[in-house]
Design a protein around this ligand. Structure first.
Ligand code: DC
Length: 220
């Protein structure tokens, strides 16, 4: 049976995961967060202090996997659930760097394609519509201005101890955007056949609604 694949790409902080989760619930599809896979590989490389030239052969032993617990994606390194450990600024930066290494992308490629072959999915990332699922039924490029993305992130973190300043968050976003868009392999870019959804002036519900409309217009 042919599965339905919806690809959502866009820069860090555009709300991809929150919005994709809302839409996947509505449609009854599985939501796949590919950034979590890149973060898990980054954690593995960081924890084991692996030099770039040793990454390719080390990954064969890494055992990164996706599992679904009560319908929610969790990421595992061997039998260890690392879904929470990968959400630190240090791992964000490490993932941005290590995701530019061809051996890392090759390692995760089949994991992503397999889950799309076997399930109706909404998959978010940077290169889903361009490289991983070039034949996706629907492709969306979700974005928002860097200032608005920093603003949202700042509000999310404001209550926490050691909250970075707005300017630090903005600088980080600009740095990551640049790295993700200018790397040689699978850079972040809008696929020719992707629909652009800009959420700068939309709240979460409005963004999810805009995406559902795009999906309905493509696959009814
Ligand atoms: O979406 P995120 O912030 O959790 O992603 C973490 C890093 O992984 C991000 O800097 C870019 C990289 N990434 C990627 O290169 N390709 C993907 N499909 C998803 C994420």
């Amino acid at each position: 049976m042919k599965t339905i694949n919806i690809a959502i790409d866009g820069p860090a902080g555009a709300g991809k995961s929150t919005i994709a989760k809302m839409v996947s619930k509505k449609l009854g599809y599985i939501y796949v967060d590919t950034g979590a896979l890149y973060r898990t590989v980054a954690l593995y490389i960081t924890e084991n202090n692996i030099a770039d030239e040793d990454i390719e052969k080390s990954l064969a032993k890494a055992d990164v996997s996706l599992r679904f617990v009560d319908g929610t994606q969790r990421v595992f390194l061997g039998d260890r659930d690392v879904s929470d450990l990968i959400r630190t600024p240090a791992i964000s930066m490490a993932a941005s760097r290590t995701s530019a290494i061809p051996a890392v992308r090759a390692y995760l490629f089949e994991t992503q394609q397999k889950i799309a072959r076997e399930n109706n999915i909404i998959m978010d990332g940077r290169d889903i519509g361009t490289v991983v699922l070039p034949n996706a039924d629907v492709k969306i490029f979700l974005t928002a201005s860097a200032e608005e993305r920093a603003n949202r992130r700042y509000k999310e973190l404001a209550e926490k101890p050691d909250c970075p300043t707005y300017q630090e968050i903005l600088d980080d976003i600009i740095k990551r955007d640049y790295a993700d868009m200018h790397r040689e392999i699978s850079p972040l870019k809008q696929a020719d056949d992707a629909v652009l959804v800009d959420t700068t002036t939309l709240n979460l519900e409005e963004s999810a609604e805009a995406i559902v409309k795009v999906i309905e217009s493509k696959i009814g």
